[in-house]
Design a protein around this ligand. Structure first.
Ligand code: FAD
Length: 449
């Protein structure tokens, strides 16, 4: 096999890798992009986008339900097959579209599973590539459920492909994916149980608002159980049974068990030892410029690195830092700034900045403003009874340190709060601004009182 030479080799075509490949090519570098699965990566194929298509449809039905007695007559129900067909109208075509854009732009595409053979060389299975620089952007994959019978559980990737909705579904996990998938399944008519190993679910979110959301989901029929580590899974009577808790004493019979307890960096197949690239718990260790701490020819970005949150905008921002450092001789340090994030249940739960306990651990002097928002007219007129907020304000300069919102449009409100934090606008300045009325943005003003 002959060796092809490139200025930049990018492994993985997701939010991070796709961006690095196209920007470096536009800047005049010769670029190889290696991908072994669909182009575009997790977000458009089995993550944010298909999930949000499903959530938005389901939310329409839930808003209709909440509007009973407000002038809406009749109810909606979810047709799973139709919903999946709608999802597939996007996911079935997007990979080819993204591949075509890269090819049209002149990026050299290699289909195959990349494996390092040396500090600067990669084997794709059908070619050996040598790169002046190599970017690892292989993302993350679902963690394997390491218990007896773990192979009987499916992943969120499989859940998003289900041709028919099973009657009883158990989700193992207490994070974003478990809650978002559980919400979709329950709203579409399944009998849903979430089983989590420890007492605290939804760790990146405010504990009080997470509790409020859990109470709401329970009132909607979702069973949520904590302090039950998974013990084993058995196949019985055409279904599956999760055994959890000490000695597997608690039994949860189901038609489907979804392992939604975390994702791990996708580095197992890369043969990183050959490249001299160090990892920590599977994640590529990088310095402030996102360069490998042990191989100066290698950069990395996205879910595969240590540090940043596993989110699409974070992967894209890390990609921008890598691009700068590949193209310039003046290294730039990765600066995240405030990172807004959202749990797309209904209602959504969203956050930016510090949690109350983090502010306390940092010894900050803070004012905490918190409340129930369900009585605000913005929520009353759509029948939303589950809404609340918590702001963490620096007591000295009145700037926001953290904002946590539960309720419709929470994800948009935290975007605005992130802007306020980034630009260091005080809570008093926010209050004095004019906001379009009536709107959820205006409703934020009620929090500043
Ligand atoms: C169910 C779900 C819902 C999510 N929802 C959200 C959300 O609402 N908002 C949000 O911000 N984030 C969300 N995320 C997270 C988001 O999808 C990721 O943070 C983002 O996709 C990371 O981008 P990346 O480029 O690092 O990796 P990826 O997008 O995973 O891309 C990595 C690519 O590398 C390829 N690859 C891996 N190994 C190799 C190899 N050896 N050779 C060749 N190619 C390889 C993979 O096939 C993949 O295409 C969600 C994730 C999941 C799973």
């Amino acid at each position: 096999m002959s060796t092809k030479h490139y200025d930049v080799i990018v492994i993985g075509s997701g939010a991070a890798g796709g961006r690095i490949a196209s920007r470096c090519h536009k800047a005049g570098r010769t670029v190889a992009l290696i991908e072994h699965d669909g182009f575009g990566g997790t977000c458009p194929l089995r993550g944010c986008e298909p999930k949000k298509m499903m959530v938005d449809v389901i939310q329409t039905a839930e808003r209709l339900h909440n509007s009973a007695g407000l002038g809406v007559v009749g109810q909606a129900h979810i047709d799973w097959q139709e919903l999946m067909a709608f999802k597939r109208s996007f996911t079935d075509t997007i990979s080819d579209k993204i591949e075509a854009i890269h090819a049209k732009n002149g990026v050299d595409i290699h289909k195959g599973r990349a494996r390092f053979t040396g500090p600067n060389t990669v084997d794709t299975g059908s070619a050996i590539l040598e790169g002046e620089r190599i970017c690892i952007a292989t993302g993350a994959v679902p963690r394997t459920l390491d218990i007896p019978g773990g192979e009987h559980a499916v992943t969120s990737d499989d859940f998003l492909e289900l041709a028919a909705l099973p009657e009883r579904i158990v989700f193992i996990g207490g994070g974003f994916i478990a809650f978002e998938m559980a919400h979709i399944a329950a709203a579409a008519g399944a009998d849903v149980t979430i089983v989590h190993r420890s007492s605290r679910v939804l760790r990146p979110f405010d504990a009080d608002l997470a509790q409020r959301l859990m109470d709401h989901m329970r009132s909607q029929g979702v069973t949520i159980l904590t302090d039950l580590p998974p013990h084993s899974i058995t196949a019985e009577d055409g279904g599956v049974v999760l055994h959890a808790g000490p000695g597997g004493a608690e039994h949860f019979p189901a038609d489907l068990i979804v392992q939604a307890a975390g994702r791990i960096p996708a580095t197992a197949d890369l043969n990183l030892e050959a490249a001299g690239v160090a990892t920590d718990k599977g994640a590529v260790t990088v310095d402030h410029s996102l360069r490998s701490t042990t191989n100066p020819a290698v950069f990395a970005a996205g879910d595969v690195i240590t540090g940043g949150m596993p989110l699409t905008p974070v992967a894209a921002k890390e990609a921008d830092t890598v691009i700068h450092n590949l193209l310039s001789n003046t290294p730039q340090a990765m600066e995240y700034g405030p990172i807004p994030y959202a749990l797309f249940t209904y209602p959504p739960l969203a956050a930016v900045g510090l949690l109350e306990e983090q502010a306390a651990a940092q010894g900050r002097t803070v004012d905490i403003v918190t409340g129930d928002a369900s009585g605000w007219s913005e929520y009353e007129r759509i029948g939303q009874k589950c809404a609340g907020f918590k702001l963490i304000i620096d007591a000295d300069n009145r700037q926001l340190l953290g904002a946590h919102v539960l309720g419709d449009a929470a994800e948009e409100m935290v975007n605005l709060f992130a802007l306020a934090m980034r630009t260091k606008v005080s809570i008093d300045d926010l209050r004095s601004m004019l906001w379009a009325y009536p709107s959820f943005g205006y409703a934020m003003k009620y929090m500043f009182r």
